[in-house]
Design a protein around this ligand. Structure first.
Ligand SMILES: Cc1cc2nc3c(=O)[nH]c(=O)nc-3n(C[C@H](O)[C@H](O)[C@H](O)COP(=O)(O)O)c2cc1C
Length: 160
């Protein structure tokens, strides 16, 4: 965790990946994207939201990619409860943050990906600048992630 990959690239942004998980699926997606980054020589860091406050996120000068699942009708995953409550409190300005959200869920639930949808909305409301439209992944997240890879790099490569 917190490692930097592909440091050989001399210029460009580091992708700052965060995940909030309960059973490890969001962590799997975070690590898969870190591996894609390494393959493109894009430096990436991976951090668990269990260790992150809203304030820490707000200070990230790299483009942030927040991957978070939904539990129990829109609740955050267990290990991101403190982070999410911190964001929901609405006291942390995100004016300098560039963010994107990948929401994980299960399409059989009524509140599909609700936590990621809310987080995406809250980060914008707090002043953050969205660098990529939200991606929503259901139960086939492992196989479906690949179809979003091009989109991710298209948006990421546009960042200055
Ligand atoms: C008890 C339970 C409740 C869930 N509630 C929702 C829900 O309300 N909405 C949703 O989209 N997915 C829901 N899910 C699906 C999880 O979000 C999904 O399994 C996700 O991949 C878990 O990711 P994680 O391991 O990173 O927490 C629920 C799963 C379980 C087991």
């Amino acid at each position: 965790m917190g490692r930097t990959q592909g440091q050989s690239r001399m210029a460009g942004n580091t992708l700052s990946i965060y995940f909030g998980t309960e059973t490890g699926n969001s962590r799997w997606v975070a690590e898969a994207i870190a591996n894609m980054s390494a393959a493109r020589s894009v430096p990436a860091t991976v951090q668990d939201l269990v260790n992150i406050s809203a304030e820490q996120l707000s200070r990230d000068s790299d483009p942030a990619l927040v991957i978070i699942s939904t539990w129990n009708r829109g609740k955050p995953p267990f290990f991101a409860r403190r982070f999410y409550a911190d964001i929901e409190a609405g006291k942390t300005a995100m004016n300098t943050l560039r963010f994107a959200v990948i929401a994980l869920g299960d399409e059989h639930y009524e509140h599909f990906c609700a936590c990621g949808r809310n987080l995406d909305m809250l980060l914008e409301k707090l002043g953050g600048k969205r660098w990529m439209p939200r991606i929503e992944l259901g139960t086939d997240f492992r196989s479906n992630l690949a179809q979003y890879e091009q989109q991710l790099w298209k948006h990421f490569d546009k960042l200055s």
